[in-house]
Ligand binder design. Structure first.
Ligand code: K7E
Ligand code: CUA
Length: 763
């Protein structure tokens, strides 16, 4: 309690010092003048500023680009909330440093080799009836074709699956309206068989594109690889995809570029890829009936390639599930409108966006009206027969997102560095806003769902050149927040994003996310199952089996049980730790000096770290999260004994008596004073309707836990005092005080919470 009093005194002194008459508070006008702010700036600030303690309306999940992670931030505050570990080891979360997460990362190994990074592009939130449900998040790795599954109940990556037949991807992750499947498409064509070499001269015959439909098992919260399948596609550089919804549910659409099938070779005197891949005026939009494809696969019509079901092109054509439509010109992305009636494709090298009508496409298919076949025999629907309208928006149109207002869409213009607001039903431009350099994707709130929420748009700009304080040649990315609630778009805020290039992002209403704050005690968070090595208080132990040492320990403020681990050099050591806390935000971290392990053990979680104790010596271990006043004391020793070491070789020195009876009396006084504080806090809490606040109920339980440990230590200090063993008496009295401090700490937190959240006094 002394520290609390000291802190209060310091704050008081500081306030007295600064509040002198010469330092009168600045008025709003003063601040505007001093910082050079306009009325417009103030309006923008008012639209984004989120006061202390207030939360955001939307939560964005942004791809972390080359970092292989996901970046989570709030809208409109643009405050970063978390870097979520996905494809790349991340020490804070213990990701790649504890055994449970290593298993997840291992799921993404390819050909038995570890891959410790990813190039994330497109996150997707799971959907129910085409609407974001806030349960899961998926994201792809373009470099090493993989998809990750993140559970939004705890914001942890649960699974990584690597594509069995692709060598790169881009068009992932996109979900079907009920998240039956997660879509992933090839980017750069290659032979589908693994470890198969064909020269580029055989590109047209042996190289292939494709689309994979990963079956998602919502109950398990995992992709079911065995029930997933692919459709073989021509080597056309499939780009992005989108799933149909509403009337177009059951179909998926994939744009492409380089349908020239150009293979480069500037070394042989041929024009480079960029020229050869953009020679034609049109590429192909792929139209696929995935529901029927799934049925065909179930009927055994797929071929096994690398042990995976692939519906081959000839089968797909024969069964009438695969069609092409010309699309101008080197397009990037395809976006299905919220009503599912239209698909929008932008040609990077064309000023137009093309709006295709799903009805017209279906009519052409039904009547067998095709203008030609591609070299692989796939029927091609005439552009005119599928088009609803085309609108000229500007230079370098890329991606499209939707508003809550009917027929209103926003398209990024890469070359013009603008956002175009337009009406896709009537085909007319409504507004344009200049953004900073080279916008790639853009994101509206739930803007690719069946029921977009409007309000805000974020421009994901590729360059940030002169926008922020310079940090060297490698610049952060720039996410610009734009208000779209009025007819005219209004730029509000620039946020530097310093972790890889976020290609795409999705934003969900914050109220749809309800992540937990603790696990059921003893949970392996990566499998969502009880951890076999979890223990409860009192069950801690160390077991040896040959040279394998298993530690079953617990963490609770402020100690690690066990506090000493003795092993022999060469032993294989596994330390399993269960965090027994129930209080929110009481995470303990764990590491052992120089053994390159780390775990983040949130309340209830069980994590394990494993290493070979290959060097004799003394290695401290400790808790890495500042969890309590005695956090620094949350420590222990790993003693790695050399071969042949014998305890008899050491002369034991007992510590000299250091404490006196007076010390013991002083400790008892301190305990009594602290108890008085605790009693007053408990009195306050129980005089309110605290039971209506689940968070407080948890804190109270936690504090009660701490207090429950006191009688044992109290009996010990009293017994020692009776024997006049003042050392032992003092140490156990001190332990009583520790439990009190932790209880008081939690109690005060609960009291503050009640005061701030309007708890009522009970009579
Ligand atoms: Cu950069 Cu969607 Cu991969 Cu466009 S993608 S910008
Ligand atoms: Cu537990 Cu610090």
């Amino acid at each position: 309690m002394k520290s609390v009093a000291l802190k209060a005194t310091a704050v008081f002194l500081a306030a007295a010092f600064w509040a002198g008459p010469s330092m009168a508070a600045e008025s709003l006008q003063d601040v505007m003048k001093r910082r050079g702010l306009s009325q417009q700036d103030l309006l923008s600030a008012a639209k984004t500023y989120t006061p202390s303690g207030k939360r955001d309306e939307f939560v964005a999940f942004s791809s972390g680009g080359q970092s292989g992670q996901v970046i989570i931030y709030g809208i409109p505050s643009m405050r970063i909330l978390k870097y979520l570990a996905v494809f790349t080891p991340e020490p804070w979360q213990g990701y790649g440093y504890d055994e449970e997460s290593k298993e997840v990362l291992k799921g993404g190994w390819i050909d038995g080799k570890e891959i410790s990074w990813g190039d994330t592009h497109h996150p997707a939130v799971s959907e129910t009836n085409g609407q974001y449900d806030g349960q899961f998040l998926f994201i792809n790795d373009k470099a090493n074709p993989r998809i990750a599954v993140i559970d939004l109940r705890d914001f942890e990556t649960k699974q990584i699956v690597s594509n069995p037949i692709f060598k790169s991807d881009h068009g992932g992750a996109f979900v079907t309206p009920n998240t039956e499947y997660v879509i992933e498409t090839v980017q750069y064509a290659a032979p589908l068989e693994n470890r198969k070499f064909y020269p580029l001269e055989e590109f047209n015959e042996k190289y292939r594109g494709g689309i994979t439909y990963w079956k998602f098992d919502r109950k398990e919260g995992r992709i079911d690889a065995a029930k997933s399948f692919s459709v073989e596609l021509p080597p056309y550089s499939q780009d992005l995809s989108d799933a149909g919804k509403g009337p177009s549910d059951g179909w998926s659409f994939t744009n492409s570029f380089c349908s020239e099938r150009y293979v480069g070779g500037i070394e042989q005197g041929r024009p480079p890829f960029e020229a050869g891949c953009s020679a034609k005026d049109t590429d192909y939009l792929h139209v696929i009936n995935w529901k029927k494809a799934a049925t065909l696969v179930a009927q055994g019509k797929a071929k096994k390639i690398n042990g995976h079901d692939v519906l081959m092109m000839d089968t797909a054509v024969k069964e009438g599930i695969l069609f092409l439509i010309p699309e101008p010109k080197s397009p990037h992305g395809v976006d299905v409108t919220p009503d599912g009636k239209f698909l929008i494709v932008s040609g990077k090298l064309d000023t137009h966006v093309s709006v295709y009508s799903f009805d017209k496409i279906q009519a052409a298919i039904k009547s067998g009206k095709f203008e030609s076949k591609d070299p692989y025999g796939i029927p091609v629907i005439g552009l005119k027969d599928a088009l609803h309208t085309q609108v000229s928006l500007g230079l370098g149109p890329l991606h499209t997102q939707f508003d809550s207002k009917q027929c209103v869409a926003y398209t990024s213009l890469y070359v013009d560095s603008q956002v175009a607001k337009w009406n896709f039903c009537e085909g007319k431009v409504l507004d344009k806003l200049s953004v900073h350099y080279n916008i790639g994707h853009l994101m509206t709130m739930e803007g690719d769902a069946a029921d977009p929420k409007g309000r805000y748009l974020v421009a994901l700009n590729k360059l940030s050149i002169d926008r922020f304080n310079p940090v060297g040649p490698l610049h952060p990315q720039n996410h610009q927040l734009i208000d779209i609630s009025n007819d005219k778009m209004q730029l509000l805020y620039d946020m530097p994003l310093p972790l890889g290039e976020p290609h795409y992002a999705v934003a969900i209403e914050a109220s749809k996310l309800k992540p937990g704050v603790r696990y059921k005690v003893g949970t392996n968070s990566r499998t969502d199952k009880p951890h076999p090595s979890a223990v409860r208080a009192g069950e801690e132990r160390i077991e040896r089996n040959g040279n394998k040492v298993s530690v079953y320990g617990t963490l609770i403020r402020s100690h690690i049980t066990p506090e000493i681990i003795e092993v022999n050099v060469g032993d294989e050591v596994t330390i399993n730790l269960t965090n027994l806390e129930r209080a929110q935000d009481e995470t303990h971290g764990f590491t052992v000096s120089t053994y390159n392990v780390h775990a983040s053990v949130e309340p209830g979680k069980t994590s394990s770290v494993k290493f070979k104790a290959d060097k004799e010596g003394v290695y401290p271990y400790y808790c890495t999260e500042f969890c309590s006043a005695l956090h620094l004391e949350m420590q222990g020793y790993l003693l790695v004994k050399p071969k042949g070491w014998k305890p008899s070789a050491v002369k034991k020195e007992t510590a000299k008596a250091a404490y006196t009876e007076a010390d013991y009396r002083a400790s008892l006084k301190k305990i009594a004073d602290t108890q008085a504080v605790i009693d007053s806090v408990v009195g306050f809490i129980t005089s309110t309707n605290y039971k209506d606040f689940p968070d407080v109920v948890n804190m109270v339980e936690d504090a009660t836990d701490q207090l429950g440990k006191i009688p044992d230590s109290k009996a010990k200090h009293e017994a020692a005092a009776a024997k006049k063993d003042w050392d032992q008496a003092n140490l156990w009295a001190e332990q009583v005080y520790q439990y009190q401090v932790k209880a008081a700490d939690i109690g005060l937190r609960a009291k503050t919470y009640l005061e701030q959240n309007g708890a009522k006094k009970l009579k």
